[in-house]
Each structure stands twice: as C-alpha cells, then as structure tokens.
Ligand binder design. Structure first.
Ligand SMILES: [Zn+2]
Length: 204
C-alpha cells in the first residue's frame, strides 16, 4: 500500500506494520515487526527496488516485541542507525507486558538490542518530528513520528478501518492513556498510520 510522498506500508509485515519513508537523505524505516520477519522485509525492499545502502535510519516507536522483533536482522543487513525515545531506552523491554510466552532465547536477543539503540533527545530526527507520549502510557515512553502531515503513531491507537483505543490490559496506566487520547491535538495531521490495522485519514 502506497501513501502520499511515496510512503509504503510493507506488505510482508501485516500484523505489525513496518513503514518505508523516502526522505531528503534516503530512506527511513519505522519499527521492525515481530521476530522472523527480517528476511521477508529485506526481500520486499528489494522488490520495491530500494537501494538498501540508502536506508539510513530505523525509528522505533517502543520496545514491545512486536515492534523490535526483527530489528537485529535489519540492523545486520542494513547500514542504518537505530533510534528510540530516551524513556523507552531507559526502560528497554520494561515491565509493560507479561513476556513469559516468548522463548527465553528470543527474549535475551531482544534485550540485547538496547546496545544498538540511540536514544533521541531532540524534537526532530532528520525530517521527522518526534512526539513523545507520557511515561507509563502504553509502553514506558513511546515515541510517535510525524513526517509532513503523516503521523506514525505506533500503538497510540489501532485501526479496524477506523481508529480505536488499545484495549486497557495492554496499557500500563489506562487513565493516563485515555486522557492523552482525548487531549491529543491532530492539527496538521492528515493521515494516521498505526502499527496495527490499516491507516486512516485523520478526519475519519
Ligand atoms: Zn504493537
């Protein structure tokens, strides 16, 4: 699926989307899907005729396993720098969810990824506006990224063709979460791209 500005929602990552954005320096990826999707992602980028050397950044919204699962593979196959929010970095794979279902080997690999992360401390990263969500919101400190009038909102909301809140059991603090949703100002945003479900126009 292709949006304005040549943005692509990769087809190979339907359960947790990875987005490819052509920007002024080359390409940026948003998030890294579940484990074992890396090969499919690289394959799809090849089919899209993306020069892999030009992917300079991977922006991670938060450190849930469905967003960093294939990050190691992508990091090893690309020449990209990887970024996340400072609070997410400080609480890498923190106590957001019960991860007892993840095989220990995979969990250890994902924990190790902290070493390759660069925490973002500025309001802009390249062409992207960085929008921090509150501490203990959905994850510990998820970042959303805005490119022009397109918002990559991670797990702020999910989509079922229209935007719906993330169910309460996935939120560290549902009260903070719902209040943030109510107060979030979408001025200047035309398209919202959640990690889960189809993207929607901000007016819908
Ligand atoms: Zn998610």
């Amino acid at each position: 699926m292709e949006f304005n500005y040549g943005i692509v929602q990769l087809k190979s990552t339907t359960k947790s989307h990875v987005f490819l954005i052509p920007d002024t320096k080359g390409y940026t990826l948003i998030d890294a899907s579940y484990p074992n999707d890396g090969e499919k992602i690289i394959d799809e980028l090849g089919k899209l005729k993306v020069d892999l050397k030009k992917i300079h950044s991977i922006l991670i919204t938060h450190s849930d396993w469905d967003h960093i699962g294939s990050l190691k593979y992508l990091y090893d196959h690309l020449n990209a720098k990887v970024y996340c929010s400072k609070t997410e970095y400080d609480n890498w794979m923190g106590k957001c969810h019960d991860y007892s279902f993840i095989p220990e080997k995979i969990k250890q690999e994902l924990l190790e990824l902290k070493k390759i992360m660069t925490p973002i401390t500025k309001d802009m990263i390249g062409d992207f506006k960085v929008i921090k969500t509150p501490y203990k919101f959905h994850s510990h400190g998820m970042n959303m990224y805005q490119y022009r009038d397109v918002l990559f909102c991670g797990d702020m909301v999910q989509s079922v063709g229209k935007l719906v809140p993330i169910i309460s059991k996935y939120n560290l603090d549902n009260k903070i979460y719902l209040q943030y949703l109510r107060e979030f100002n979408i001025t200047g945003i035309k398209t919202i791209c959640p990690a889960h479900g189809p993207s929607v126009l901000a007016t819908e």
